[in-house]
Ligand binder design. Structure first.
Ligand code: IPE
Ligand code: IPE
Ligand code: MG
Length: 247
């Protein structure tokens, strides 16, 4: 069946009232996509940015409330400098070309991750994007850059300890209070986690927040991930029975 026909058909079967409120995506497989085509790995990342653009549009069309994209992990610094440098050049390019449309589409951009170690130009690109879209009321688009789940949890613990030492924490810490110290404070946990690129692991992404997420893995490399795949994932999500430990 032609892709567009299957896409239209599946889209019709999606219940707009039951789309995931929050989708998180581990965008993996850029390097392998390129290498298998005899191209430099950078080409995979460049193409991956195109996929980000399409995915943001499609998520917005589907009425997704929050889209969180894993773009660079705290572990990715261990890659060769040429690759890290190339990856660090992408946020600026992305916002240069996409910001007008994000503003038009009422999307709110946010950065999650440890800003301190990001190069100034990357921080500035995302912060300018956040600032320019802060009054938007539509989909929240979180970019996870220099993000690591364990480091996020430790940062929360240390911030809590400081607040406690200053006498600003009353009573015991429960899940709600703890969540308020995470980068995703105030946001619902992801309902659906998508990972492309064939690996079946979490790679230190949103360790706390993914506790009850539905998982959807695809062998497709991120540059080949399309609207159809996102629609398939959402459709599959809607067929699941989420029990949360109950009957
Ligand atoms: C995902 O693609 C992008 C980042 C992790 C920054 P990879 O670069 O990990 O691609 P593979 O997994 O090597 O194919
Ligand atoms: C996860 O992909 C991180 C991002 C997509 C940014 P990796 O390619 O870094 O994950 P591993 O190394 O295969 O676990
Ligand atoms: Mg990878």
């Amino acid at each position: 069946m032609a892709t567009s026909k299957r896409e239209a058909e599946l889209k019709q079967r999606i219940d707009p009232g039951k789309v995931p409120r929050h989708i998180a995506i581990i965008m993996d497989g850029n390097g392998r996509w390129a290498v298998e085509k005899g191209l430099p790995r950078q080409e995979g990342h460049r193409q991956g940015v195109e996929t980000v653009r399409d995915t943001v549009r499609c998520a917005n069309d589907l009425g997704i409330g929050i889209l969180t994209l894993f773009a660079f992990s705290t572990e990715n610094w261990q890659r060769p400098a040429w690759e890290v440098n190339y990856l660090m050049s992408l946020p600026e390019k992305y916002f240069q070309s996409e910001l007008p449309e994000l503003i038009r589409n009422n999307v709110r951009v946010r950065l999650i991750g440890d800003k301190a170690r990001l190069p100034g130009k990357v921080r500035k690109a995302v912060e300018d994007g956040s600032e320019a879209t802060k009054n938007n009321t539509g989909m929240i688009l979180n970019f996870a850059l220099n993000y690591g789940g364990r480091s996020e949890i430790l940062r929360a613990v240390n911030d809590l300890l400081s607040d406690a030492a200053a006498g600003n924490v009353k009573g015991r810490i429960d899940e709600n209070k703890f969540s308020a110290y995470l980068y995703t404070a105030g946001l619902p946990d992801p309902d659906l986690l998508i990972r492309t690129g064939a690996e079946k692991r979490i790679s230190n992404f949103l360790l706390w927040q993914l506790a009850y997420a539905e998982l959807w893995f695809s062998n497709v490399y991120w540059p080949d991930f399309s609207r159809l795949h996102l629609i398939e994932a959402v459709h599959d999500y809607q067929m699941r029975k989420r029990r949360f430990g109950k009957l």
